[in-house]
Design a protein around this ligand. Structure first.
Ligand code: FES
Length: 98
């Protein structure tokens, strides 16, 4: 569904999303990397459990919330990927005690 408009030609890093190793561009945001990899939804809603994907890509909508390296409520569109980063979907309401 999503594809990169151009190849940045830079380095790549390996991230872990829900246990799957993904090779992504080193300068990408987590949200862009996950969408380009076809990783599916980033979170589910607290009430209905509906899946959500990043929408605004600029830190406004909060539909991109994920858990990064054990820390919940991270906006995937505001985080740049790092080698070895472990990312999990954020299901339902946020936890206050990570
Ligand atoms: S995509 Fe909207 S806040 Fe991240």
């Amino acid at each position: 569904m999503f594809r990169r408009l151009h190849d940045a030609g830079g380095q790549s890093v390996t991230i872990d999303f829900e246990g799957d190793a993904l090779q992504v561009g080193a300068q990408e945001t987590v949200a862009a990397a996950l969408m380009a990899a076809g990783a599916g939804h980033s979170r589910t809603t607290p009430v209905s459990g509906a899946p959500r994907l990043p929408f605004c890509m600029m830190g406004v909508c909060f539909d991109c919330l994920v858990e990064i390296d054990g820390v919940p409520n991270k906006q995937a569109c505001m985080e740049t990927v790092r080698e070895g980063m472990k990312i999990r979907r954020q299901d339902g309401k946020r936890r206050l005690d990570p």
